[in-house]
Each structure stands twice: as structure tokens, then as C-alpha cells.
Design a protein around this ligand. Structure first.
Ligand SMILES: [Zn+2]
Length: 71
């Protein structure tokens, strides 16, 4: 059969650095959820695929500590 294999896109989560696979085409600015850390991410660039936090807080969480484990 003339079935075309869908292209799997992979992007790294900026939060937990997991490689997220996408089996559907993505759009620029689309919001996706990281399956690992459940971060809200936005498609910032398509080629190469790049994700970024969907909700950037401008200094809102200025005092956040990298050592904190949000569970
Ligand atoms: Zn993640």
C-alpha cells in the first residue's frame, strides 16, 4: 500500500530536557504539554523544532530557586 510514514518530530523539553516526540504536525505558537514534567510549552521554532515555556513570567518568580523540586 502507498502508506506514507508520518514524520516524527522530536524536540527537547526546556524544563526537564526530555526528548518529546510528536506524531502530528505542529504549528508555530502551538501549546504542548511535556509528558514528563507537564510543563506548558510553546512551539517557538519549527525547523529545527524548538520548544519554549508557554508562559514566561517576567521576573514574577524572580526568587525561584533552582534547587527546589516542584512535585
Ligand atoms: Zn519536561
Amino acid at each position: 500500500m502507498g502508506r506514507t510514514t508520518p514524520k516524527v518530530m522530536v524536540a527537547e523539553c526546556p524544563d526537564c530536557e526530555t526528548n518529546i516526540r510528536f506524531h502530528r504536525p505542529l504549528k508555530l505558537g502551538q501549546i504542548v504539554i511535556c509528558p514528563e514534567c507537564e510543563a506548558d510549552l510553546m512551539v517557538r521554532q519549527l525547523n529545527p523544532l524548538e520548544l519554549y515555556w508557554a508562559f514566561e513570567d517576567d521576573g514574577k518568580y524572580d526568587d525561584h530557586d533552582d534547587g527546589i523540586d516542584w512535585d
